[in-house]
Design a binder for this molecule. Structure first.
Ligand SMILES: [Zn+2]
Length: 287
């Protein structure tokens, strides 16, 4: 039965798939394609879960004699799909709102306590000796650095920090993090995969690191990362120092265009997304 197959696909993409993908380090070699694949596996799991009820519907609607036998199955499938949808909407609303409120408050505080800044600049410098750097995404975005960054970094390394944060802001990486956080909360707790969240965050950092490398080269970017290693940033911000510094430095060292590998990842991603849709179409065309 196709509905059961869809449920199996949903569980498979929600449980073993993210765990295997988080362990397969090959994805780190092409962070952009890898992030697309991560979005695909996530969306496909949701689609499969939501499609379970619609896949049973034709059987119930058009198989007149067996309506009552199938009715209970349909009710169960509709409950599963409905609960998933409700959890998705609730998590989406609460996480999105919380992030925006936190960022807004933080931006106000930063604008008050920051040292003098150039007019029209979104960069704010905080009077603190420890090197730290992060950005506050949104419509009125900020790049926040401590004086420790200016004191401990060469101008080129500082440019790497600005390029890294600029890449987060330009590509709205915060929305990507928000998307994965929402899904993470939507998935029932026993199915959640923290390794997947960590991996996605690492890929996003690797992507921003690549933007910095493109601007100032690998040496200055690596120097910036090493200076920021171990720094802390507020919850709603995107920080330059998060993630395992050693891993990111190694990824910068290995970074080169890998068109074939990227193409394979894109095909894998599109295939994943097509799977629940094909199954749903099959359920309706089998009438
Ligand atoms: Zn970052």
């Amino acid at each position: 039965m196709i509905a059961l197959l869809l449920v199996a696909v949903a569980v498979g993409l929600a449980w073993p798939a993210p765990r295997l993908m988080a362990r397969a380090q090959v994805f780190r070699r092409s962070p952009r394609a890898a992030l697309f694949a991560w979005q695909a596996v996530t969306l496909s799991a949701i689609l499969a879960a939501l499609a379970a009820a619609p896949a049973i519907a034709p059987m119930v609607l058009f198989d007149g004699q067996a309506v009552w036998q199938h009715f209970m199955i349909l009710a169960l499938a509709a409950a599963v799909s409905g609960i998933m949808l409700a959890r998705l909407l609730i998590a989406g609303h609460s996480i999105g709102r919380r992030m925006r409120v936190l960022r807004h408050r933080h931006r106000e505080v930063v604008d008050i306590i920051a040292l003098d800044h150039e007019p029209d600049s979104r960069v704010r410098v905080l009077d603190h000796p420890d090197p730290t750097a992060y950005c506050l995404p949104g419509r009125d975005s900020r790049v926040v650095v401590s004086q420790g960054v200016l004191a401990h970094m060469s101008p080129r390394a500082f440019q790497a920090v600005l390029a890294h944060e600029g890449a987060h802001l330009a590509a709205r990486h915060d929305l990507l993090v928000e998307f994965f956080s929402v899904i993470h909360e939507t998935v029932p707790a026993p199915l959640r995969c923290s390794a997947a969240m960590r991996e996605v965050r690492l890929l996003i950092e690797a992507l921003a690191d690549r933007a910095a490398v493109a601007r100032v080269g690998p040496e200055a970017t690596t120097a910036a990362l090493l200076t920021l290693a171990g720094s802390r940033a507020p919850e709603a911000a995107m920080a330059a120092g998060v993630g395992a510094t050693a891993t990111r430095v190694e990824l910068i060292r290995q970074a080169r265009p890998r068109p074939l590998l990227s193409a394979v990842m894109y095909v894998y991603a599109v295939g994943l997304m097509a799977l629940p849709l094909v199954l749903l179409a099959k359920a309706w065309s089998a009438l």
